[in-house]
Design a binder for this molecule. Structure first.
Ligand SMILES: [Zn+2]
Length: 244
């Protein structure tokens, strides 16, 4: 579990990347690159590799939009911000978690009741190795303003609040390709879930507020996305709406 699992060219300038343990999406165009999420801290070389696979240059990375401030989505954002001036942005409600003024993240103690379930120890070891327990907070992260974000690549993303997994969790909707980048609000697989491929929620101990997360997931089902680009698991193509 050390390399990129798969990449999917969703639309011009949009590459969905299934990383070793979590996913991210590369947007590129007009000489610029922006990301939604960026894996674990140790995934930085893979993030750069995926930008090259997309046909772009990692040096052109301008901004990372974060669905929520968990270490498997924040990745090496802090380092990229400090060393290369990359802007790291999240919803206003998620900023305290991204900056680590508060910490809403599952701990090893939370997992203890599940430790004898198949796959748990292996996943914990892989997550820790990938930097999951490190200090990933981005002190100078900024808030994304408004409901619609124009990327420097020419793409537009709409902010879709999906609280529950964390207080300020969001999804991003790309209207041109009708893709919903769902973060961890809904996923299609995870080493600690039995089934892979179908849309589902992460196990309850991963949710900051499980009831609110369930309400958000139900609301997302009503959105008019043609496909879901989840934070974990493969891309999910939704059946086109059949008229009549
Ligand atoms: Zn998460």
């Amino acid at each position: 579990m050390s390399g990129i699992r798969s990449t999917v060219r969703v639309a011009p300038g949009i590459l969905f990347v299934e990383g070793p343990l979590s996913n991210w999406t590369v947007f590129h165009g007009a000489g610029a690159v922006e990301l939604v999420d960026c894996g674990y801290p140790a995934d930085l070389p893979l993030v750069e590799e995926s930008i090259r696979i997309a046909g772009a240059d990692p040096a052109d990375l301008r901004r990372i939009l974060i669905t929520h401030g968990h270490s498997d989505h924040l990745g090496a954002s802090a380092r990229l911000a400090a060393e290369r001036g990359v802007v790291v942005a999240a919803s206003p409600a998620e900023l305290p978690n991204v900056r680590r003024d508060v910490t809403e993240q599952v701990t090893v103690a939370d997992l203890f009741p599940s430790i004898f379930k198949r796959g748990t120890v292996r996943w914990v070891v892989a997550a820790v190795r990938a930097g999951g327990l490190g200090d990933v907070g981005v002190r100078d992260a900024v808030a994304v303003e408004g409901e619609s974000i124009l990327l420097s690549t020419g793409h537009e993303l709409q902010l879709v609040p999906a609280p529950g997994h964390t207080t300020g969790s969001v999804c991003f909707f790309e209207p041109e390709s009708q893709s919903l980048l769902s973060g961890d609000a809904v996923v299609s697989g995870h080493p600690l879930l039995r089934d892979s491929g179908d849309l589902q929620q992460l196990p309850g101990f991963f949710q900051h507020d499980a009831d609110e997360a369930a309400r958000s997931a139900r609301r997302l089902v009503l959105c008019d996305a043609a496909r879901i680009l989840p934070g974990h698991g493969p891309i999910v193509e939704l059946a086109p709406y059949a008229a009549g």
